[in-house]
Each structure stands twice: as C-alpha cells, then as structure tokens.
Write a protein that binds this ligand. Structure first.
Ligand SMILES: [Fe+2]
Length: 174
C-alpha cells in the first residue's frame, strides 16, 4: 500500500496535469482567435500529452490499490498581452510542474517508496524534455528579437511552432 502522503501528492498531481491540459487548450484558443495557427497547433498538440500524464498517474494508483480522488480544476489563465507572454507563461508552467514532480520523487525517497520513485523516473525524463522544448522556444524568441507584434516575424514564429508541433524541428536547432 502507498503511504497517505504519497497518495495525497499523486492525487494533487492528477489535478496539476489536468490543469496543464486545460491551460494549453486555453492558450491554443487564445492563439486560434488571433489567427496564430502554428502557435495554436503547438499548444493543441500538448493537450493529449498532459492527459496522458494524468492517465499514467491514475493507472499507477489503480495498480497500487490507492484511492483516486478527482478534485476541482482551477480555471486556467486566459488573458495575455501577446504571444511572447503566452510562450513565456508556458515555459514558467513547465518549470513549476518539474518542481512538483521533483518534490514527489524526493518525498518517495524519504519514505523509501522505491516503487513510486521508480514510476516517477519516466516523469522526470519527460519534464526534462519539456524544459528543453520550452526553454528552446524562449531562447528562439530572444535570438530573433520577436516581440509578439504582427508582421513577418509573427508568420515566421508560427511556422517555427508548427514545425515543433509536428516534430519537424528541434527547438534548439531552428
Ligand atoms: Fe505534464
């Protein structure tokens, strides 16, 4: 049986992963409303990924005989000044989720819960990939001097994000 504090943290993480899916769907809609199709497809592609994270946690808890409690999910942020702000917020969000995963892993180690610690290795690797991806986007913004204004740079940014979403580009090489 999993310890109570571990079950609490896993249940909270289920809510965090669902929140991430909602946040990326909202960000996609923000982009879609403004005709930023490449950015919208990038965020849309992240929605099922986050739901997959949620399901992995649910499956692990079911296998462990732990009680899954589905909590209310806060409404995601919907107001942004421009696309740069959306992308920076997405990077900040991935940093936050990484810290959450690391906290559960640290607690599992403290509790000598090696099974949960082992399950979390997948999430630790996944978060590392997410941080590489989103940090790459922020570095791309800084390198190109993209301000979020409409124009040629906006079209290029949308092409870049569309290529990232379809796996045609590496975040650090394009
Ligand atoms: Fe996630």
């Amino acid at each position: 049986m999993l310890k109570e504090n571990i079950v609490e943290l896993l249940n909270a993480q289920i809510t965090h992963e669902t929140y991430a899916a909602q946040l990326y769907l909202q960000m996609a809609m923000w982009c879609e409303e403004r005709g930023m199709r490449g950015a919208a497809s990038f965020f849309r592609s992240h929605v099922p990924e986050e739901m997959n994270h949620r399901d992995k946690l649910v499956n692990y808890m079911v296998e462990s005989g732990a009680k899954v409690l589905i909590d209310a999910v806060p409404a995601p942020r919907a107001d942004f000044d421009n696309l740069v702000e959306v992308l920076r917020a997405a990077y900040a969000h991935e940093q936050k989720v990484t810290a959450q995963i690391h906290h559960i892993a640290a607690t599992a180690l403290d509790e000598k819960d090696f099974s949960t610690f082992n399950m979390l290795q997948w999430f630790i690797a996944e978060q590392r990939e997410e941080l590489v991806l989103f940090r790459g986007i922020v570095e791309h913004i800084e390198l190109t001097g993209f301000t979020g204004e409409n124009g040629v740079a906006m079209v290029q940014m949308n092409r870049y994000l569309h290529r990232l979403a379809s796996g045609e580009a590496h975040p650090e090489l394009s």
